[in-house]
Design a protein around this ligand. Sequence first.
Ligand SMILES: Nc1ncnc2c1ncn2[C@@H]1O[C@H](COP(=O)(O)OP(=O)(O)OP(=O)(O)O)[C@@H](O)[C@H]1O
Ligand SMILES: [Mg+2]
Length: 363
Amino acid sequence: MNAPTRPLPAAVSAADLELSYGATAVLRGIDFSLPKGQTLALLGPSGCGKTTLLRLVAGLLSPTRGRISIGEKTVADAANGAFLPPERRGLGMVFQDYALWPHMTVGGNVSFPLEMRGIGKAERKDRTLRALQRVGLGQYADRKTSELSGGQQQRVAIARAIVAEPALILFDEPLSNLDRELRETMVGEIGNLISSLGLTAIYVTHDHSEALSLADQVAIMRGGRIEQLAPPDILVDRPATPNVADFLRLGCVAAVKRHEGFWRLAQSGAAIAAEDATAVDSTHALLPLAAIELLDAADARINGTVLRSQFRGDGHLATVQIGSGEGRTELQLISRTKLRAGEPVGLRIDPQQIRWFSSQDYR
Ligand SMILES: Nc1ncnc2c1ncn2[C@@H]1O[C@H](COP(=O)(O)OP(=O)(O)OP(=O)(O)O)[C@@H](O)[C@H]1O
Ligand SMILES: [Mg+2]
């Protein structure tokens, strides 16, 4: 006989979570539920509450309201004061500044969590070596951490976080002290490590490419709230608000109005779509970079002037001004060729790719 199936519990979840310092609310009602084996990225501007949320999950802070669960255990509940200290939450942490002990060897740093758990010397040595091998530092156990490069130190910090085989690992901007090339390599390594160890992870960053490449779910945070929580492809295809679209730099968000059978850019009056393209209450439109195509100025219904053009991996990111004075709107597109500032260009906008927002989408 089959046992009744029950949904698997979330590996980590928060409900109605708030944190205030005195009268200042830093987190204002956070809810999420992350299944086992997935990575959640917390993405948002400086001061939006990412580190605070991570510290609450870690048990370095306790919530003023709401609950946190890890596995089937409630680890904090403001309603009844329940609180499990960090060392009993079964998690590993990796910080921006590595937080290694410089006077200890690499091996000493990595084996520390095992020592705290009272594990014997021989087993400690064995597990430490295995964790170091996982991050490619098998030969470094006897070195001093101060003799290592930034990237190597960060690998030691990661080895220390996984040595006790936690179910959940928390990262707070682990790569922001590294140069760009190393950052890209390490994002790949961290992703591989997370999936090969079957870890559940929460990863704080303000680098959106890091978040989108690593995470199964991304929470875009703003002012102590989660503005949208979704898988990366959904965020890019269907940003919930103009803020999310702006933050992910998906294109230009412009005010729109209906006039003489068309939706038009409110400032310049340029027609971007037929009137029936969207609901009547739209106030703004996201024109994704990929929705705008360059034409010869003579063949186009929308004309503009190039303001600037900047190379980025997949082409030249050009900013084009439509209209002038009060009536100007700036749009962005990707051009395969370099455009000169001041050059006149024609544009075509694919109405199918426009994303419409109403005044309710502004929070
Ligand atoms: N101990 C504290 N007392 C009062 N306010 C605090 C304290 N710690 C943090 N804050 C405030 O809480 C807000 C959120 O801080 P937090 O460190 O979580 O932001 P963050 O999203 O991690 O930012 P960053 O990207 O800069 O690391 C900030 O406005 C910060 O000033
Ligand atoms: Mg932070």
